[in-house]
Design a protein around this ligand. Structure first.
Ligand code: SF4
Length: 398
């Protein structure tokens, strides 16, 4: 199948360039799938330049192309390093193209200097926070086992005081499902109005999830329905990423015609490790290993090219199997137009093969979310006793 791909066909396909400035993380969450979390190496600035050159030389960048700094704790690296790396990437970007940057942080190191940097660069900030202290501290801990909630909240308060826009990403495990109101009370009372939910996944070296417990899918759907309700009742309204993404998908003029998502199309997401190794498909594959796919790396910077990657053994092993899995999903799943064939990393971790369909991840993150959002929309639709035009006449009647 790789024969059918060529560099021209791949132009404009990359929406995310995920950059790992360091693999090191200053905390030790017990559901973390990232390997090498004690490795303090920092990416050379030249690798950042080469990563951008790789994208732009092949015109891979999509109209909504974004650079995301993630994987390891990115604030361990100093603001000045980012200034240099961002400038180097901008130097090789096409003339007139401003590069949007985003960062996903555990929030522990946010201080005045970082706030200055975020305001100066316009970098979009995501903070990992699992809700109230009781839920957050149960999983997100320091290496000595202490909860991290207090320090993360100090960072968030600093962002709020300085007017730095941010969103929160919360990992949802089974205990959270029983606490929808406590979860939403917390965000509402702290003025946090933009949240995304990641389910506690089985991925890479993480082989278990609290969501494997019996009844979790139904519990997730009940939880999510309540979260939607609370988010829309909140003042100001809480923006819920899953709801917004689904509505954007349904409203898209191309709805029903798309064949892949960013994780299962080649180069939809490109990930660059701290040592310049290139990955594509799910970013979660980076740094993990598999008996058939090795370390999932498809190339090495500097020097890698799209032509070389398309004929590399790693790419040729992964792509036909991923494509077969997407085809199976397309043929068998009612939710295909919303999910577009799922995440290869979840399929491999849960089903043992890219060439497979349903996972716990997709049943919750796509199927249950879609059911809850559509049920909510249906509940809001006005129910007319009479034809709408006739009802409207009442408004101008005396
Ligand atoms: S919801 Fe699951 S089974 Fe359906 S398309 Fe997505 S990954 Fe495939």
């Amino acid at each position: 199948m790789a024969e059918f791909l060529n560099p021209t066909a791949l132009r404009g396909v990359t929406r995310l360039l995920v950059m790992q400035p360091t693999a090191f993380c200053n905390i030790d969450c017990d559901y973390c799938y990232l390997p090498n979390r004690t490795d303090r190496t920092t990416m050379p600035v030249e690798t950042a330049r080469e990563a951008a050159r790789f994208i732009f030389d092949a015109s891979l960048n999509a109209p909504d192309f974004t650079v995301v700094w993630h994987a390891g704790e990115p604030l361990v690296v100093q603001p000045q390093w980012y200034r240099l790396a961002m400038a180097a990437m901008q130097e090789v970007a096409p003339q007139g193209l401003g590069l949007p940057h985003a960062i996903q942080t555990n929030g522990m190191l946010i201080d005045e200097e970082w706030c200055d940097f975020f305001l100066e660069t316009g970098m979009r900030v995501g903070v990992s926070l699992d809700g109230p202290a009781r839920l957050h501290n149960a999983r997100r801990k320091t290496r000595s086992g202490q909860g991290t909630h207090g320090r993360v909240m100090r960072g968030i308060e600093q962002l709020q005081r300085r007017g730095v826009p941010f969103h929160v990403i919360s990992v949802v495990g089974r205990p959270t499902l029983e606490a929808a109101d406590e979860f939403m009370d917390f965000f509402q009372s702290h003025g946090i109005s933009n949240i995304g939910l990641n389910i506690e996944e089985i991925e890479g070296p993480v082989h278990t999830s609290t969501l494997e417990a019996d009844g979790s899918q139904q519990a997730f759907q009940t939880f999510f329905a309540r979260v939607i309700e609370r988010a829309s009742q909140a003042m100001p309204v809480i923006r819920l990423r899953e709801r917004e993404d689904l509505l954007a998908c349904l409203e898209s003029p191309g709805f029903g015609t798309f064949g892949h998502n960013s994780q299962n199309v080649p180069f939809g997401i490109v990930t660059v490790s701290v040592r310049g190794e290139l990955f594509t498909f799910s970013p979660e594959l980076a740094g993990t290993t598999h008996e058939r796919f090795g370390d999932f790396g498809v190339g090495q910077l500097p020097g890698a090219s799209v032509d070389q990657i398309l004929v590399s053994p790693a790419f040729r092993a992964m792509w036909p199997e991923i494509e077969a899995g997407v085809k199976l999903c397309r043929e068998s799943c009612l939710y295909f137009d919303i999910c577009l064939g799922g995440a290869p990393s979840n399929k491999l971790a849960e089903n043992g093969s890219f060439n497979s369909t349903e996972t716990m991840h997709c049943r919750m993150s796509h199927q249950a979310v879609a059911d809850a959002v559509l049920a909510d929309l249906e509940g809001r639709m006005p129910r007319f006793e009479r034809a709408p035009a006739t009802a409207a006449l009442d408004k101008i009647s005396p």
